[in-house]
Design a binder for this molecule. Structure first.
Ligand SMILES: O=P(O)(O)OC[C@H]1O[C@](O)(CO)[C@@H](O)[C@H]1O
Length: 325
């Protein structure tokens, strides 16, 4: 069972325009509204692959009602904690000409202590329900925290997961990324910019080692067109496609987390297997117009993923194989 937690969910609104002109007026067909936020996207992808999943999030106000209705229609098993403030919006403008997506994410409102306690209780209950055929659950904590969220929120949820033997994956940024490492999250999935910003270390391998030193077991680093890197205390492995795919990168990181969660929930722990599938699903997500979906060609993409163990010097430029560190 995979339990995903999205502490700062969003109603994702997407519009496609011919070309974005700064300062201009744009005409668009009716936009798409989806229940989003990173943990929701992870849950959608895992659910689409038949993995047992439960998505936990908060919802409030008119945007929260729309969010809840869309999520119910999606069929993804979920539980929403009612909050007083309105669910935030995330706005994506897709430039059809350039193929670029411009995103505005509202910061979100901080629910009160009772709502955070209710979310933690839902996590505890869901993890308790989780054992499926004797397998330990996977707890996924994904996305930003609203401003003012308690510092203890993420570490508390991570400890809750660890106490029941769950594998914990955290995909977050800023001080929360360091806090997740300190609390012993099993897998962390920052992108290169998030890693550098949180650790203050420009070199990605040194930054990943800092997270391992603090308590994480595996750092999966997404590097855009350069693919992904898996760093453990024993090895550094790189994976990428020979030719990066063009498309919509929104939600590519969420698909990578979903790939990891699905394999870990099946008991697969080999970093190379996790990295290979995460790279393939991430690429397959780039081929889809909306976050939370991946293209059915993912098995072909997985066979096309090149894996190698690069030298540290090569990593300061971008390349693939397996070298002990
Ligand atoms: O929590 P944030 O980092 O603000 O990210 C949220 C946003 O990212 C996405 O999950 C895409 O990765 C969108 O669905 C959107 O809601």
């Amino acid at each position: 069972m995979i339990v995903t937690v999205t502490p700062n969910p969003a109603l994702d609104l997407t519009w496609h325009v011919d070309r974005i002109l700064p300062g201009g007026t744009h005409r668009a067909d009716t936009g798409v509204a989806r229940a989003g936020g990173k943990g929701l996207n992870v849950a959608r992808v895992a659910h689409a692959h038949g993995a047992p999943v439960r998505a936990l999030a908060t919802a409030g106000g008119p945007t929260g009602d729309e969010f809840a209705a869309e999520l119910a229609a999606s069929g993804v098993p979920h539980e929403l904690i009612p909050v007083r403030g309105a669910t935030r919006r995330s706005i994506a403008l897709v430039d059809e000409h350039l193929g670029d997506t411009t995103i505005v994410n509202e910061r979100g409102l901080n629910p009160g202590p009772e709502e955070w306690a209710a979310l933690a209780e839902a996590v505890r209950r869901s993890l308790g329900d989780a054992p499926v055929r004797g397998r330990k659950p996977v707890l996924v904590l994904s996305g930003s925290l609203p401003p003012g969220a308690p510092d203890e929120l993420l570490p508390g949820l991570i400890r809750l997961g660890r106490n029941v033997g769950a594998t914990v994956i955290a995909d977050t940024s800023g001080p929360a990324l360091l806090a997740a490492a300190d609390a012993g999250a099993t897998v962390l999935k920052p992108n290169a910019a998030e890693l550098a910003e949180a650790t203050g270390i420009a070199d990605p391998v040194a930054g990943a080692c800092e997270l391992l030193h603090r308590g994480a077991s595996l750092v999966l680093l997404s590097r855009g067109a350069d693919g992904m890197l898996a760093v453990t205390s024993e090895e550094i492995v790189r994976a990428r496609l020979a030719e990066p795919l063009a498309g919509n990168p929104t939600g590519a990181g969420d698909a990578a987390v979903a790939a990891c969660a699905v394999l870990l929930a099946r008991g697969v722990k080999d970093p190379v297997a996790l990295l290979r599938r995460a790279t393939a699903w991430s690429a397959a997500a780039v081929l889809m117009p909306l976050a939370g979906e991946i293209h059915p060609s993912w098995p072909d993409l997985e066979s096309a993923v090149m894996v190698d163990s690069p030298s540290l010097t090569a990593l300061r430029r971008p390349s693939v194989e397996r070298t002990p560190r």
